[in-house]
Design a protein around this ligand. Structure first.
Ligand SMILES: [Zn+2]
Length: 305
């Protein structure tokens, strides 16, 4: 019985060694086996070892693109609205959505999705999200925004209750919203409140509690005169910044609280916002209610129906 016990231990130890070697092989094979020919969605579980060692230096176009993307994500220099921008990491979520891909932006899968998108746009399909491709994606995002820029007439507007606003003391004249936009916002709010994962404090199925900040309206309708006043008060905002060419005068643009400093375009602030559960929820769900994002301002959503 004792001898059997010793044998058993030895056998189990041997199994352990073999299993360990196999899993090490499988681990070390990752990143080397991503040749363009691998098209099967089923990834091999066992390393095929009869390959010459020189194969380790061969990389697929997308492996190379993935490492370039990992750098460009943080360091690409580009210009938007007259302001120099650095990297595209703030737009990971929107990029995933546009590219119909859920991989991290430094992955081979992401580079492959970039390549497919580039092919569709007749761009050089390198899989690298360089300035040319980023600007093409930005142009696509911008083209999805509100096209009808007709100023709201007084009859199209209603005054929303102060409870709906991030600042409950906001003046009545600054609480106006276009009627259909407000109805769509309330439907969207009910869905957000109904999503238990968001844990929104609420007093009814479509009303947030006074102490809740997320999803409250920061700003809605703003007249041309009021926008001019904002612009005079913030002359250095740049054209990507405050109020310039903003469709708030249509009553169909809502600034919604998604975290951080409510409407601050500094990258450090937007990094907080784009990682908030509220923003992530909006990116996934707002289109169902007719809202489209303005990529540069995580809080700004436009009702386009
Ligand atoms: Zn806005």
């Amino acid at each position: 019985m004792k001898r059997f016990g010793v044998h058993f231990v030895v056998i189990m130890a041997a199994f352990g060694l073999v299993a360990g070697a196999l899993s090490f092989g499988a681990r070390s094979s990752r990143g080397q086996s991503q040749t363009p020919k691998v098209e099967s969605p089923v990834k091999p579980a066992v390393l095929i070892t009869d390959r010459p060692t020189s194969a380790t230096t061969t990389t697929s176009p997308f492996t190379d693109a993935a490492s370039k993307n990992a750098v460009l994500r943080n360091e690409l220099t580009w210009t938007f609205g007259g302001k120099q921008q650095r990297g595209w990491y703030l737009y990971d979520l929107l990029l995933n959505q546009t590219l119909d891909n859920n991989s991290s932006s430094d992955s081979v899968d992401f580079a492959s999705a970039v390549s497919a998108w580039q092919t569709g746009k007749l761009l050089n399909s390198t899989g690298v999200l360089d300035e040319e491709s980023l600007m093409a994606i930005v142009a696509q995002w911008q083209s999805n925004r509100l096209k009808d820029r007709t100023p709201a007439t007084p009859t199209q507007l209603l005054t929303a209750p102060s409870l709906e606003f991030y600042d409950p003391d906001r003046l009545e004249e600054l609480r106006q919203v276009e009627r259909n936009t407000y109805a769509a916002y309330k439907r969207m709010l009910a869905a957000a409140i109904g999503d238990a994962a968001l844990q929104l404090n609420h007093i009814s199925k479509d009303e947030l509690a006074p102490g809740e900040k997320y999803f409250k309206i920061i700003s809605a309708f703003r007249s041309h005169e009021y926008q001019e006043k904002l612009r005079r008060e913030s002359p250095n905002a740049g054209s990507a910044g405050l109020a310039v060419n903003s469709p708030h005068f249509t009553g169909r643009a809502l600034d919604i609280y998604v975290g951080g400093d409510p409407v601050d375009t500094r990258d450090s602030n937007r990094a907080i916002q784009v990682n908030s559960p509220a923003y992530k929820w909006l990116v996934r769900n707002a289109s169902r209610f007719g809202f489209r994002p303005y990529f540069y301002e995580p809080w700004h959503w436009e009702y386009v129906e």
